[in-house]
Design a protein around this ligand. Sequence first.
Ligand code: URA
Length: 434
Amino acid sequence: MRMYDLIMKKRNGGALSKEEIYFMIREYTNGAIPDYQMSAMMMAIYFRGMDEEETLHLTMAMAESGDMLDLSQIKGVKVDKHSTGGVGDKTSLALTPMVAACGVKIAKMSGRGLGHTGGTIDKLESFPGFSTDISTRQFISNVNEVGIAIMGQTKELAPADKMLYALRDVTATVDNMSLIASSIMSKKLAAGADAIVLDVKTGSGAFMKKQEDAFALAKEMVSLGKNAGRKTLAVVSDMDQPLGNAIGNVLEVQEAIDTLRGKGPADFTELCMTLGSLMLMAGQVSVTEKEARAQLEQVIRNGSALDKLAEFVKAQGGEENAVYHPELLAKAVYEEPILAPEDGYVQKIICDEAGIASLILGGGRETKDSVIDLSVGIILNKKVGAHVNAGEELAVLYANDKEKLKTAKERLMNAYRIGKEKIEKNNVIIGVVK
Ligand code: URA
């Protein structure tokens, strides 16, 4: 088999066979196929697309390019959750203890933030001592004993995807439905959970700007998961404005803790309840959505979800006391509000701009090696649909550097659009794909 022939076949609109896809992924991973040939193949796929069968073979070939985690030593159904990412997305921090407190096991791999979107691992490291750098054995033991464990992605997990994603990033071939779906699902399948719940974001701050594209991606991933023998469900949710009120690591952790105390922002709480219900339905036998919601409300009311977070933080080396006293977490020195320039309604908060404002403060990474400042960020007091009077606080920035604060303040001000027209609040849940 020759890579040249496969590129030509795809360029001419043909479908690649299972053998051809496995050959291409195996030989690329072991270095026999050079980047320039794989780049040409990615561009051919970008323009010609892949059918359902090809996408499944690509997903499986990438999943099997490294270790497939064996979680059979964990008793019961193991559920994983994945979000396509966005600004202020601290969902895993509140959702996973809620679900684990209801008795469903969470075995999750997470990543760090890059650019203006955050990552769960950075957020969790707001708890002094917390580490996701744990062995697979420790991971399995924590899921069994605590009901929840989160580890960083190992080098051995879907290495073909790691190489291909880096290549796609520099060859303008990221935003193809089959390539995104196979990339995400290869990692999820290799991570070994029995059930996968996906949160596919749509709107100005998401990969998929249009709702119809988000639904198509959700359907494609659900079908890949099911064809690979895993129970898979997806929620399509709004990322046309930041999620919740907090952006920035410690601030997001504090908001997640508020939510576990029943005092979280309405949009964020609703997203956790919807995803949580699906996770319970995937992990428990014949529970209805109504019963699942009631269980989640109960663990918030009786404090066991908050206790579960403390137990999880402690099991991974973190300062559990901070779960009950979030005011102990790192604090920024400066606090500066931005004020509404006129009376009206918040028409829009440009997601990426708000995320970049937090990045400028030091809350995100410009490059993979940047060191982030956990304490800085933004609290949005007014979100889309809110009425404001001139001079009223729209948001507050938290900073440790006056120069950065000045630049971030301008950027955040530009993210807000205020107008006279009354406007409806966005619904955070746009749809569910089962
Ligand atoms: N996230 C991934 O892991 N892969 C993609 O291709 C896009 C987003």
